[in-house]
Design a binder for this molecule. Structure first.
Ligand code: AMP
Length: 299
């Protein structure tokens, strides 16, 4: 296994101005795993209930995802999330969150996942992220979080930040975490907290990657029709970490290339509800879009 990910596995109900999907396969670890599996061997650590459709697990397996760390709780109900997007798809409201088996989730890394050189801590309670860090031998760790943890568990989150190599968050979270309006100042403030590198995502406006004095700017891949952006952030992280794991290099130029591959991977996720589009593509589709993105951004 090259990359291990710990995070939510969900049944999502999503409404956009263009349609609705009920109880489709979702969760941060799911999107991350599908994305990273395009590049490297990935193992998923998460929890599901007895109601979780077995075809979803079969789909993950078919994509080569190692599901040994996917715990199924007998009699339990799977985590559910319901969200609604506005016409401006950068805006979404969470309508309902049912933690169910996710509430008492205590991640246990199987031996292969402990030894994976790359680890991604998707958005879960920082105490659990710390616990996972203590189980892992990874030499490169990526982190995501959310406004809830920034507001309510700031000290624990800071302990996690001290031990990770890259933080991948959105613009609003970066501002909330650091109190800085300027995203470049916010990125520099994050680096003071521990990570050498920070990637701040700006939805359809792309992302900025900052490491010490270096800044790399990247637009998003221009999609004419966004169907459902759910999971785009996790797919970005999966593409990014998967690419790094495939290369086995984490220098600044490789991180920048990884961000471009993350961007391209996430663009596919937005083209259908759930991970439907992401699971049908191959690395040749990614390469084609990557070359288009390169051509569109070359001066
Ligand atoms: P993204 O669009 O990249 O922010 O990721 C959306 C995914 O995160 C959905 O598939 C949800 O199931 C999952 N999700 C939503 N809220 C939470 C939460 N509080 N903790 C963990 N995962 C969540």
């Amino acid at each position: 296994m090259d990359v291990a990910v710990v995070g939510s596995v969900a049944l999502d109900t999503v409404e956009t101005p263009w349609g609705k999907a009920e109880e489709c396969l979702g969760g941060a670890a799911t999107y991350f795993s599908f994305a990273a599996s395009l590049y490297a061997r990935v193992g998923m650590i998460g929890v599901i209930g007895e109601d979780f459709p077995p075809e979803h697990v079969a789909l993950l397996r078919r994509r080569g995802v190692d599901v040994e760390g996917l715990e199924q709780v007998p009699g339990g109900r799977t985590f559910r999330w319901t969200g609604r997007y506005h016409r401006d798809v950068n805006q979404r409201d969470t309508l309902d969150t049912q933690l169910n088996v996710f509430e008492t989730f205590r991640p246990q890394l199987p031996e292969t996942a402990r030894k994976a050189p790359f680890l991604f801590l998707a958005n879960i309670h920082p105490a659990l992220q710390l616990d996972v860090l203590n189980q892992s031998e990874a030499s490169f760790v990526g982190l995501d979080t959310m406004d809830l943890w920034i507001r309510t568990t700031s000290d624990l989150l800071r302990s996690v930040l001290e031990r990770v190599h890259v933080l991948i968050i959105n613009d609003a979270e970066a501002r909330l975490l650091t109190g800085e309006e300027s995203l470049i100042k916010a990125a520099r403030a994050v680096c003071e907290l521990g990570p050498q590198t920070v990637i701040i995502k700006k939805g359809e406006h792309g992302c900025v990657l900052v490491q010490e004095d270096e800044i790399f700017l990247l637009p998003a891949y221009p999609l004419e029709n966004v169907v459902d952006p759910t999971g785009a952030g996790d797919s970005f992280a999966g593409g990014f970490m998967g690419f790094l794991a495939r290369k086995g290099i984490v220098d600044f130029p490789t991180l920048c290339h990884g961000a471009a591959y993350g961007t391209v991977t996430a663009s596919f996720t937005c083209e259908a509800f759930g991970p439907a589009r992401l699971v049908e593509i191959g690395i040749q589709d990614i390469e084609r879009r990557y070359q288009q993105l390169r051509a569109m951004t070359q001066l």
